[in-house]
Design a protein around this ligand. Sequence first.
Ligand code: ACO
Length: 324
Amino acid sequence: RRFSRITGTGSYVPPRRLSNADLVAELAGKGVETSDEWIVERTGIRARHFAADGVYSSDLGLEAAKNALQAAGRIPQDVDLIIVATSTPDMVFPSTACILQNKLGANGCAAFDVQAVCSGFVYALTVADAMIQTGAAKCALVIGTEIFSRILDFSDRTTCVLFGDGAGAVVLEASDTPGILASDLHADGKHVGILCVPGHVAAGAILGDPFLKMDGQAVFKLAVGVLEDAARATLAKAGKTEADIDWLIPHQANIRIMQSTAKRLKMSMDKVVVTVDQHGNTSAASIPLALDWAVRSGKVKPGETLMLEGVGGGFTWGAVLLNL
Ligand code: ACO
């Protein structure tokens, strides 16, 4: 049997970093009142990065992809599949994956985007794994990249303090031994309205609201339940239990969602990789960003078993269990 395995990780955040204090001061100038205390207590976020004008999701993803290729000892010409998870694409079309492919110089390989908002990376990783298992690909770049700062309404304090920009990537290669052990993906489209950017391009204009809308409490309640379910379903498929997980790497939306998930899975927070404090919620980029940080800091080691978990707009959710 053919398996897929992560052979390298990479990430990138744009240089402009705003601490809570920086953001509070910027928002105060617009008459929007918030505080470091409120943001830290409700979300665990202390800072986020915002991309400069003229920088696109493909640019952030490109840097993350280069870092991942270097870690894997691969060059762009080795890549035969690029999947980009993003909800903030450079253009309506073509895909950000095609634009990134050309910037990387990997022209010719299959390239497409996956749109599952904050679950995008676990969706993309599952698709890449399936394509490697069937022999459709051998060496895939799976990238999550977002510029959420462009879809934030900076007059809405209930959302604009939560998100940041960034990218993460992995190289996923065919292997005789299992890296990816199991995955579990879901969506329930009846919850479209609780987290969405309703606007669309039509008749030469943006019709509808181009900014992110969220019912935070509805999202919170749904997220905690489905993250527990997805983790348990994935463990069952792999014939494993919670005790087999060395590290939980959840979508980095909010420290309280992560704490509730860990509690339900009877895992100590010492086993949870947390980067939301430094990056905010970077949607599809958050899991590969956290993974790369954990690998490069030496926290997560080759051979360990990781549970990656995503949840987001759609509503979408899913998990991937893997041996690094
Ligand atoms: N600064 C100061 N006060 C604020 C701010 C702010 N930035 N935002 C809201 N408030 C106020 C509200 O106006 C409200 O005031 P009121 O009581 O006078 O009406 C008060 O704080 C409490 O507001 P709530 O919405 O009840 O706050 P809550 O404790 O639910 O926290 C939060 C809000 C952080 C959004 C929470 O609901 C949450 O974490 N939800 C999960 C959503 C999430 O993480 N989404 C990320 C995207 S989804 C995903 O990635 C899965």
